[in-house]
Design a protein around this ligand. Structure first.
Ligand code: NAG
Ligand code: NAG
Ligand code: NAG
Length: 413
């Protein structure tokens, strides 16, 4: 009893883990389990997959600019009883998340499980800067600030193309089907507009609550966060702070420590998620809340957060704004260039909810209207469906999986 929930123990854990050198991660995990963290909250992708009876693999992908990304694969779902279908499916996570976000709601609702159960060869990459992809062939993320010089543009220009090329080469397939959530949507648009040759490497793009411009974002908390990072960027840089909201940082450690408690998870932590997005009572199971803060926030660059701050305030989906002088140096124009959405020629399906306060219906409809090859724009029937429901709702099976399956089936052999 004394052990559970005593903050002194956490301080002890932090001191203790540093003594252990090599076995540090393992010791930290053991102690967290003693403290009452749910197993999935302290497990990585392959550990969760194994725990729930799924066969998984871990891969390393190196980008053209030297970042080393971790990508996971579930090669065969537990409930899949038929041959694996082709092509492979790439499932891309959102801002401050990782591949693990698609497993936090467990095998009954997590999209990584559900899609592999449909006999698709599932690949889940991790974008540069999150806890799985904080490596580089030359740069050290803890010493070299150049490591953190990226925003949405680099994800779309380098990380997703490298992940696609890796999957295509590894599976000897000529295409992939793409499912992207939130930032996994905006970066899909960036890739296909900045490197149009990637359009032909994708059968269909299924975009869940996709990001683009964020002009009509209703979440006041996210607006505050974006504005804060944007305004504070020079100060943070001067202070030598380049990384935002990492796993193992204060926000994540405190959130996962508090939210592992059932009563807090059920009330305060659900309330906090509602404040970041919108309220959808009954959608997220308390057990999922206990788990998800073990993997969220997953870390990104301060620059990427500042990009969101900019995107909240301009009526356009555009590259990072360095100010007039900086833009002239960087782009040769005083305004940052907009992404040319008419070059995104790949067939896409847009799936979204009416109660999403992060990528609001007005912005999703705006980007949809700019895309030349939209097969369907689908509103989830539940009027309360919001942003976090994609990863954390217990109702993904009945609300979105049918539509995802319909288009995967159409574009698969
Ligand atoms: C995930 O956990 C397994 C088992 O502990 C370990 O072998 C693997 O290296 C971990 N993967 C990552 C990317 O941390
Ligand atoms: C393609 O895959 C093979 C093994 O399957 C590997 O040896 C080779 O290095 C890969 N090429 C690239 C460009 O990743
Ligand atoms: C966007 O791409 C289309 C198709 O190539 C082209 O016609 C158009 O001029 C481009 N728009 C801009 C602003 O560059």
């Amino acid at each position: 009893m004394f052990l559970k929930g005593n903050p002194c123990i956490v301080i002890f854990v932090v001191l203790f883990q540093n003594v252990f050198g090599e076995t540090r991660e393992e010791a930290k995990k053991e102690l967290k389990l003693v403290l009452g963290y749910p197993l999935d909250a302290v497990s990585n992708f392959t550990e969760m997959a194994t725990e729930h009876g799924y066969v998984s693999e871990q891969h390393s992908v190196t980008t053209e600019d030297g970042y080393i990304l971790t990508m996971f694969r579930i090669s065969k779902g537990k409930k899949c009883k038929k041959p694996i279908r082709k092509p492979p499916v790439l499932l891309m996570h959102g801002l401050l998340m990782s591949s693990d976000s698609f497993m936090d709601s467990g095998p009954e609702a997590g999209l990584a499980y559900l899609i592999s159960d449909l006999c698709y060869d599932l690949w889940a990459p991790n974008i540069r800067g999150n806890y799985y992809s904080k490596r580089h062939i030359k740069l050290d993320p803890s010493k070299d600030h150049e490591f953190w010089d990226f925003s949405n543009f680099e994800f779309g220009y380098y990380d997703i193309p490298a992940s696609i090329n890796y999957i295509i080469n590894y599976t000897k397939s000529d295409k992939i089907n793409y499912i992207g959530y939130s930032q996994g949507g905006s970066t899909f648009f960036i890739m296909n507009s900045e490197r149009p040759e990637y359009n032909s490497k994708i059968g269909v793009g299924i975009l869940l609550e996709p990001g683009s411009r964020h002009y009509y974002t209703r979440s006041q908390l996210f607006r505050w966060l974006g504005d804060t990072y944007q305004l504070a960027l020079p100060t943070l840089y001067q202070a030598g702070l380049y990384e935002a909201l990492p796993l193992g940082g204060f926000v994540q450690e405190a959130a996962s420590f508090l939210c592992k408690d059932y009563a807090l998870a059920d009330f305060a932590c659900k309330f906090a998620l509602g404040l970041i997005d919108s309220f959808h009572p009954g959608s997220i199971k308390t057990e999922t809340v206990r788990v998800l803060f073990g993997h969220f926030p997953a870390g990104t660059s301060v620059k990427n957060m500042a990009w969101y701050g900019q995107a909240l305030n301009v009526d356009e989906f555009q590259n990072f704004d360095y100010g007039a002088t900086g833009n002239l140096q960087q782009y040769g124009t005083s305004q940052p260039p907009a992404f040319n959405l008419s070059l995104v020629e790949v067939p896409v399906v847009i799936i979204h909810g009416r109660h999403d306060y992060l990528t609001s219906p007005a912005d999703v409809e705006w980007v949809t209207s700019k895309l030349p090859n939209v097969l369907e724009q689908f509103y989830v029937e539940d009027p309360m469906w919001n942003h976090f429901d994609i990863t954390y709702s217990q109702f993904t099976g009945r609300s979105i999986l049918g539509k995802i399956k319909e288009y995967l089936d159409e574009f698969s052999a």
